[in-house]
Design a protein around this ligand. Structure first.
Ligand SMILES: [Zn+2]
Length: 454
């Protein structure tokens, strides 16, 4: 079936439709995530990866995008819809989508002891972060007649991006925010016409983020999940991949040095999922010769992804008769599992994990606190692809302290002059830790993402 979505957890197949952003069976212990079941024509060898070309990412990479396939438009009409919506975004935000900078940063490289640190800078993207990439595709897929309200749970970059895009598309948006959300953000949201719904953490709430629970309730009542979580909206990961493809293309045009290490901050997990998936697609179609090692980065204030990775890595290692203590060093565990990836029991163990989500992923028990407030999600909603891709790459999750997050933020701002927030430099913070404990590969490029101004 054209444009079919398949649930990775339960195997249910649904045709793409705006009512089908979430698996109909979601709500039990299984990790229900709808993912496109399709083979872009690039993967069948009928075209090459667009190393260069249009600076609008949804035009340039459209043939790799699921939304291009399911929007129900001819290629020319799809491009026209992108241009029209992008022009409306520029009216609201002062600029539309364009290729964002990817530069070598010798200054920051010195702090890591390497020459080849490269930074993908998303701070100048629409609404000041990468988040709009995750949301733009949903508006491309939506029938223009749809007048349902959009809903998002966020009080940071994602809400700002959603507000700009909703206004550009003439849609109404409800943002579910915590009571202590940053006034600078909430003022801007209100200026953009967003209805704020303040969500207290109540004692009778189920575990997890109360804003997220109330957003889901709004969706059950008919709102469209305009969110950056792949569990809620199958298109959120799709558009986010443009960030990965863009930097792969930029790297290829910047000399012969391959990317060997990629550090990515993880909150809800959509960014890391999208970037890791983008690399996997690029590898499958021959745009890169090898996969880099991935290092997801979390704050010590909330690290549910690291917890999930460790549980699955231990399960996989023990399936191959590895002897590891529960608190074994992540690097040793990662190296062992990476060596044993060809063992059938290890492969089976990893493949089975989505059917037992509760074993690996649950809400962080304490209310998370960190200077990197944008990655304080109680749960890593999009966890499995990140954990699997990290294991397969030979990397491991890095959990960084507040002191390192702050040091990284200061170094990054002073060293590059970029107006980037502490959330946006969390990946670089992970690299500081990695460089101190392991060292970095000097023969390949190391990549950090500066994800946003907040
Ligand atoms: Zn399902």
């Amino acid at each position: 079936m054209s444009g079919e979505l398949v649930c990775r957890g339960c195997g249910t197949r649904v045709a793409f439709g705006i009512a089908h952003f979430r698996c109909p069976n979601a709500g039990d212990a299984v990790d229900h995530v709808l993912a496109p079941k399709f083979m872009p024509k690039f993967m069948r060898g009928r075209a090459s990866f667009p190393l260069d070309g249009d600076t609008q990412p949804f035009v340039r990479f459209r043939e790799l995008l699921y939304v291009h396939r399911v929007a129900g438009l001819s290629d020319a009409d799809f491009v026209a819809r992108v241009r029209t919506l992008d022009a409306a975004v520029a009216q609201v935000a002062g600029k539309g989508f364009e290729t964002t900078p990817f530069r070598g940063s010798p200054e920051l490289g010195r702090a890591l002891g390497i020459d080849e640190l490269w930074v993908k800078d998303e701070t100048g993207n629409v609404a000041g972060s990468h988040k709009a990439r995750h949301l733009f595709g949903l508006l491309l897929a939506e029938p223009e007649v749809d007048d349902r309200r959009l809903a998002i749970a966020s009080c940071g970059n994602a809400a700002l991006a959603a507000a700009v895009l909703a206004k550009a598309a003439g849609r109404t948006l409800d943002a579910f925010v915590p009571p202590h959300a940053d006034r600078r953000v909430t003022d801007e949201l209100e200026r953009l016409g967003v209805t704020l719904v303040r969500c207290e953490r109540r004692t009778d709430d189920p575990p997890g983020d109360p804003c997220f629970h109330r957003m889901r309730a709004a969706v059950r009542a008919g709102a469209v999940p305009f969110t950056c979580q792949g569990t809620e909206n199958a298109l959120a990961i799709d558009g986010g991949q443009t960030l990965g493809w863009e930097l792969i293309a930029q790297n290829a045009l910047a000399g012969d040095v391959p990317i060997g290490t990629v550090a990515i901050q993880v909150g809800g997990g959509a960014l890391a999922t999208a970037v890791m998936q983008a690399f996997a697609v690029a590898r499958r179609i021959g745009a890169i010769a090898r996969m880099p090692r991935f290092f997801p980065v979390q704050s010590a204030g909330a690290a549910p992804l690291e917890r999930a990775w460790r549980r699955l890595a231990l399960d996989a290692a023990r399936a191959a008769d590895g002897v590891f203590a529960d608190d074994a060093p992540a690097s040793e565990l990662a190296r062992f599992v990476h060596r044993e990836l060809g063992t059938p029991a290890v492969r089976a163990c990893i493949a089975a994990a989505p059917r037992d989500r509760a074993r690996y992923m649950w809400a962080w028990e304490a209310e998370p606190q960190s200077v990197a407030s944008g990655i304080l999600d109680d749960e890593t909603y999009d966890w499995f692809t990140v954990v699997r891709a990290t294991l397969e790459s030979g990397g491991w999750p890095l959990v960084v302290s507040e002191a390192v997050l702050q040091r990284a933020h200061g170094l990054a701002r002073d060293g590059t002059g970029v107006d980037v927030g502490a959330t946006g430099t969390a990946g670089f913070a992970g690299l500081l830790d990695l460089a101190a404990h392991e060292g970095l590969d000097a023969e390949t490029r190391t990549v950090a993402l500066f994800t946003g101004r907040w």
